[in-house]
Write a protein that binds this ligand. Structure first.
Ligand SMILES: Nc1ncnc2c1ncn2[C@@H]1O[C@H](COP(=O)(O)OP(=O)(O)OP(=O)(O)O)[C@@H](O)[C@H]1O
Ligand SMILES: [Mg+2]
Length: 284
């Protein structure tokens, strides 16, 4: 069988200045086309996990690492950061930290020019990326004049332009309104579905993740305490409470209805499911 895109085996990580490990005994795998959400309260180790997967740790930021981190079967500690970044694209939480060109169009072309691609290839990739994220109108704008949400889309598109196989997102919708957030997460879903990219997304908006992710991982103080499909994830109220994370509003409503004695065979976790379930309860 082919190697999984990402494979972590009993990984522990401690920053040099930290008294105790930030990640503890982390194991999971991600296959091509999979969309995995990562949820956890502040300081639980989500960004650290992304930096480790992107090779930022240990190649840029030092840390003591135990266990095994592999991308396509190769240990990241043995690959250079340049080799890792051909396959793994990281979209940071703060888009300003990622944008450094004057014009949007140069921002998107930068990574491609750096790889020495021919002009025609750059132009065609640029056009397809602009179309994919519906940001054609932004291409001649100055990056530092963009709104937070626009910057976030451009940062995402700049990573998309270099066509990595694995995308890591740290709160990619923090500066977007609910409609913009849903649009961006929907576009990311298409990356997984249509192009078989592997997606790992750190996001607080559990409602959005549940609609699109195949699996959700819950981190609590650097440990994986739950790794499950969206429904099972939302219904583990005990683990979510302990980790300080709320499930979707509809999952909370489901739990309350069940507590109140309403019989729900499959507890709904989305608004659509809830509408169907409540309709079925009404007399016809
Ligand atoms: N470079 C560093 N050196 C030492 N400790 C660090 C470093 N970076 C992060 N930490 C610590 O590691 C822990 C996890 O931090 P991390 O940024 O991964 O959490 P997070 O889950 O991404 O939080 P947030 O939701 O606030 O973004 C925190 O206790 C943090 O203080
Ligand atoms: Mg973080």
């Amino acid at each position: 069988m082919a190697d999984p895109v990402i494979a972590l085996e009993r990984v522990t990580l401690r920053y040099p200045t930290a008294p105790s490990p930030t990640l503890r005994d982390i194991s999971f795998r991600v296959e091509p086309g999979e969309f995995v959400g990562i949820v956890g309260s502040t300081g639980s180790g989500k960004s650290t996990l992304l930096y480790l997967l992107a090779g930022v740790i240990p190649h840029y930021l030092g840390a003591e690492i135990g266990g095994d981190v592999r991308i396509y079967g190769r240990r990241t500690q043995e690959l250079s950061l340049a080799r890792i970044s051909e396959r793994v694209g990281l979209v940071l939480q703060d888009p300003e930290a990622q944008l450094f060109n004057l014009l949007v169009r140069d921002e998107l072309a930068w990574g491609l020019e750096n790889r020495g691609l021919p002009r025609a290839e750059i132009a065609s990739r640029l056009a397809s990326t602009l179309g994919f994220f519906r940001i054609e109108k932004l291409q001649d704008r100055i990056t530092y004049d963009l709104s937070g949400g626009e910057k976030q889309r451009v940062a995402l598109a700049a990573v998309h332009a270099i066509a990595p196989a694995v995308y890591l997102f740290d709160h990619p919708t923090s500066q977007l309104d609910p409609i913009g957030a849903a649009e961006v997460i929907g576009a990311v879903r298409r990356l997984a579905e249509q192009q078989q990219h592997a997606i790992i997304m750190v996001e607080d908006k559990v409602d959005e993740l549940v609609e699109h992710a195949d699996r959700l991982i819950l981190l609590n103080e650097g440990r994986i305490v739950l790794d499950a499909g969206p429904r099972e994830f939302c219904l583990r109220k005990d683990l979510l409470d302990a980790a300080g994370v709320r499930p979707t509003q509809m999952a909370e409503l489901s739990s309350r209805l069940v507590e109140a004695g309403v019989k729900l065979d499959v507890p709904p976790i989305t608004l659509e499911e809830m509408t169907v379930a409540l309709r079925a309860l009404l007399p016809s």
